[in-house]
Structure formats: C-alpha cells, structure tokens
Design a protein around this ligand. Structure first.
Ligand SMILES: [Zn+2]
Ligand SMILES: [Zn+2]
Length: 107
C-alpha cells in the first residue's frame, strides 16, 4: 500500500510548488558553495572571495556540456571528485576568459 502522499500525482504536483523550487534552489546553492570551498573558495585570477560572485570554470572547456549531461548531484560530485579540471573564477574574470580567452587582470 503506497501512502497517498507518495503517489505519482502528488509528486508531480509537489514539483510545481514554491516549496519544492525553494528546496531545489537551496540544494543547488549548497552544492555550489561546498564545491567552491573545496576548490579554494576564491577567484584564482583576482582573489575575489564573495561567494555570490564566484563561479566554476572548466579549465578544459565543456562546462555546459558537462552540466547538461548529468544530474545536478553528479555534476557537483564529478567536480569534487576531480573528473573535470575546474577552478574558481569570479563572474567578471570568468566572462573575460570565456569571451576573450584571457582576463585583463592576468596581463
Ligand atoms: Zn576574478
Ligand atoms: Zn581577472
């Protein structure tokens, strides 16, 4: 006997709720914070440590392919397991490296 609260319909409905979205957001944030702390917790270019500005850079590229190809849990676990060469960059340095191939800080 499956409890009604665990039914597929309930699950489907639950995923539409703000509570679920908030949970997913908090979970994703926690994973990101853990991974950034694991990788040193600061922008490797300019030394920014404000977590809101920090992002993960896939050193060999392919970050979006990686993200799309696996579950969110595996994405962060892969990075912490060292399956992808990653480093922490702030949003500014990350954008410069992605769009121009280098950051002006590093001249
Ligand atoms: Zn930076
Ligand atoms: Zn920089």
């Amino acid at each position: 006997m499956v409890a009604p609260s665990r039914s597929a319909a309930y699950q489907r409905q639950y995923r539409q709720t703000d509570a679920y979205r908030a949970y997913r957001r908090a979970y994703a944030r926690l994973q990101k914070h853990k991974t950034i702390a694991f990788l040193g917790g600061r922008c490797e270019c300019c030394g920014e440590t404000q977590i809101e500005f920090l992002e993960i850079d896939h050193v060999d590229g392919g970050g979006s392919i990686h993200r799309r190809g696996v579950t969110p849990y595996k994405y962060w676990a892969d990075i912490r397991a060292g399956l992808h060469r990653c480093r922490v960059l702030c949003a500014n340095c990350h954008a410069a490296v992605s769009n121009y191939g280098h950051c002006p800080h590093a001249v």
